[in-house]
Write a protein that binds this ligand. Structure first.
Ligand SMILES: [Zn+2]
Length: 494
């Protein structure tokens, strides 16, 4: 209770400061001649910072729907909740767009034990879209490193039938997340080809937290793939130093290959130049160990609140502002890929796509995914974000979400950059719950996205043109993401 009161106190103080910043001397004096032009932004930001709608929705999403694995009834419930809120806000054009889903996956219980030289339970959890073990298996445990070339360093003869604890980070720097995903996928395929019983990955999370993902392994991991609590992996390594170790594993996941559908939710505010589109997007699917509050309930709450506020204020932008709520991001950006497929005839007319998927920490600005041509125009058009200390523009390449679906097709794409905070510790774990989201920062991120969308929608010209396939190929090579994108799309034409 005291924490909540403290937050409320800080929040109202902060809003007060923000309103002074926006309406007070700094803004009003220097921009006085632009008062008319800035009035809509002031209304939009003021409404976002004072209504608390994003946090209220996020509480409803997390506490009534909960975790939202792609293909599940919870995912469908989330889509229906978003649609209802859009309809209630007056979006007559809000609707659901289905797309086919190749495979649904059901998590079953996952258990592990050391059976010799001692008997102790292990804390393990399955990666998503990984198969089970076909009952309880008792297998030798071995440890394997990975060379700088990505090849396993273990004796191939020992891999067959073994549970293999892999040190993915040996031999090279994998701090750039796409490189880690590429290596994890490649090693899983090497192990499966060698006949290994399971791949075990030491969780990088603290406090025995496990990690869940399907990146780079959708639609089916080639063998059982388990996250092992860091402390338990260290225990296994100590045992292995002293001699042979045998473990038992029982993972009961299942796949359902009957035809299924997933869905996106789409709505828009038509512009006075409706041939131009600015898209705001976030994915509503999540992992199941927790509520998916940060990943990416917060992003959905931000976009949904922008939609509601622009609608309630009667904002009439030049370009159409479209809102997309995607599913299937955690598998292989399935929803956003369905979107670009459905709207392929409109992609040339997408001025920009704005994506948010890094949690609700303090906003910094936007990342342009290697599009250096966007830097100048973005700095100019997004200059009002200086008042929110969120006008940093980076051309760095960093595809980690639905931004990928648009960048690979050359569409100008800006992802909200936020302070890292504790996002990496919590996302895809049991602790991604509502209490980790700071309402003040959630509102501020919402405001930054709203200002960006409004500004881009109201320029006379698009920020930049769509890039050609060759330009995109060069960009992906230059930013070191070609192999990462190949996991979802296969090899690009040279
Ligand atoms: Zn996400």
């Amino acid at each position: 209770m005291s924490t909540v009161q403290c937050r409320k106190g800080k929040s109202s103080h902060f809003v007060g400061m923000l309103l002074v910043l926006l309406f007070g001397t700094g803004w009003a004096v220097s921009q006085e001649s632009d008062a008319d032009r800035n009035a809509p932004l002031e209304h939009i930001v003021g409404a976002i910072m004072t209504r608390g709608g994003a946090m209220a929705f996020l509480e409803t999403l997390t506490d009534t729907v909960g975790g939202r694995v792609t293909g599940s009834a919870h995912s469908q419930a989330a889509a229906e909740l978003i649609l209802k809120i859009l309809k209630d806000a007056g979006f007559e054009n809000a609707h659901i767009e289905d797309y086919p889903l190749a495979a649904r996956w059901q998590r079953g219980p996952a258990s592990g034990w050391v059976v010799s030289p001692v008997k102790q339970p292990l804390l393990v959890g399955s990666y998503g879209w990984a198969p089970g073990t076909s009952g309880r298996v008792e297998v030798p445990l071995i440890v394997a490193g990975v060379g700088a070339d990505g090849k396993l360093s273990a004796d191939p003869a020992k891999l067959r039938g073994a549970a293999v604890l892999v040190d993915l980070t040996s031999g090279t720097d994998l701090s750039f997340a796409p490189n880690y995903v590429v290596r994890r996928s490649a090693v899983a395929h090497q192990l499966a080809a060698a006949g290994a019983a399971a791949m075990l990955i030491q969780s990088e999370k603290p406090d025995r937290m496990l990690y869940t993902s399907a990146a780079g392994i959708y639609p089916r991991a080639p063998l059982p793939l388990l996250s092992v609590a860091r402390e338990d992996a260290l225990f296994l390594l100590r045992l292995l130093k002293k001699g042979e170790v045998k473990v038992a594993l029982d993972v009961q996941n299942s796949f359902d290959l009957t035809p299924a559908k997933e869905r996106n939710v789409i709505a828009e505010i038509p512009g006075t130049h409706p041939d131009q589109i600015v898209l705001l997007g976030a994915h509503f699917d999540s992992w199941d160990p927790a509520q998916g509050a940060k990943d990416n309930g917060s992003g959905v709450a931000e976009i949904l609140e922008i939609a509601r506020i622009l609608k309630s204020l009667g904002v009439k932008p030049k370009a159409t502002i479209r809102f997309a709520f995607f599913s299937g991001e955690e598998q292989a950006c399935l929803g956003s890929r369905a979107y670009v497929d459905a709207y392929k005839d409109q992609l040339d007319r997408h001025r920009a796509v704005l994506i948010t998927d890094d949690g609700a920490q303090r906003p910094l600005g936007f990342v342009l995914h290697g599009r250096t041509d966007l830097e100048g125009p973005a700095r100019r058009v997004l200059s009002p974000l200086a008042a929110l200390s969120a006008n940093a523009i980076s051309a760095a390449g960093d595809l980690t979400s639905d931004d990928e679906s648009f960048v690979v097709l050359g569409v100008p794409t800006l992802s909200l950059a936020v302070e890292p905070g504790d996002y990496d510790t919590q996302h895809h774990t049991i602790t991604d719950t509502l209490d980790k989201v700071d309402p003040q920062m959630l509102a501020l991120d919402t405001a930054v996205l709203a200002v960006a969308a409004y500004q881009i929608a109201n320029t006379d010209q698009p920020l930049a043109r769509r890039w050609t396939a060759q330009e995109v190929t060069d960009l992906l090579k230059r930013t070191g993401q070609a192999e990462y994108v190949e996991l979802d799309y296969g090899r690009r034409e040279q």
